[in-house]
Design a protein around this ligand. Structure first.
Ligand code: NAG
Ligand code: NAG
Ligand code: ZN
Length: 227
């Protein structure tokens, strides 16, 4: 069994001092479970748990604003925990917990602090977004998370540009760019779409919000950017 070193920082984010918003308080916690690895050493040197927690707090506020949500209509999540793990991949969110791979930080070439901030905006969106009770396409879920990352100013340089990609629900940067285009047609579109995804999902949501099918909208989008 490997030695597990644990570091804990807690920031309680209290929205206001009334009884109602006190129940809306969110506690953020961060743990480094990868201490002793090269990735963890770089994480502690260039990023750190405190910066990560502050980023998560800011990301949550930004996400609620992007989704047009007040304290009463956001997801009822009371605690968000961040784990820096000695694992594979980049990062994932599960049960309101966010896991970031220390090896990814260790091997990242470039500004690791900015990259991890972008990753945290993406993963925090998974904590707060609705997923159509599990029925929304995975590509749309990932596209919304990268849309938030884009709007927060953390799009990495390797992403496709506007008009890139082959399918509207390809996910990640491709779907994020498409959602950004749709949000330009109708301000608040992504917020409205997310709101509809609270109870379920159907492609007709695009017709209901924009008067055209998602395939028509994708064709117009591709035409606009010469694709
Ligand atoms: C969080 O937001 C505050 C207020 O805008 C800002 O001063 C701070 O630098 C932000 N922190 C991070 C880690 O982004
Ligand atoms: C880079 O990633 C590999 C796994 O792909 C890992 O074994 C190695 O420890 C990582 N390097 C650092 C500095 O974390
Ligand atoms: Zn994701």
């Amino acid at each position: 069994m490997k030695l597990l070193a644990l570091l804990l920082v807690v920031i309680s984010s209290l929205m206001a001092s009334t009884a109602k918003t006190r129940t809306q308080a969110v506690t953020y916690e961060a743990f480094n479970n990868a201490i002793g690895t090269g990735g963890s050493t770089r994480f502690e040197k260039e990023i750190g748990l405190t910066y990560s927690l502050n980023t998560l707090v800011n990301a949550s506020t930004f996400i609620w604003q992007t989704f047009g949500q007040g304290a009463g209509d956001r997801k009822n999540v009371q605690r968000v925990r961040l784990y820096i793990d000695d694992t594979d991949g980049v990062a994932y969110a599960s049960n309101d917990d966010i896991h970031v791979n220390a090896n990814y930080v260790g091997n990242y070439s470039g500004d690791a602090r900015r990259e991890i901030a972008g990753v945290l905006y993406h993963e925090a969106t998974h904590v707060w977004q609705w997923n159509g009770r599990g029925k929304a396409p995975g590509g749309l879920i990932e596209g919304v998370a990268d849309f938030v990352r884009l709007k927060a100013g953390y799009a990495p340089s390797h992403w496709v540009g506007p008009g890139g990609g082959d399918r509207w629900d390809q996910g990640y940067d491709v779907t994020a760019r498409f959602l950004d285009f749709l949000n330009g047609i109708k301000a608040g579109f992504v917020a409205d779409l997310n709101r509809k995804m609270k109870e379920g999902y159907g492609d007709e949501f695009f017709v209901e919000l924009l008067g055209k099918s998602v395939n028509e909208l994708w064709s117009e989008y591709k035409a606009q950017f010469g694709g």
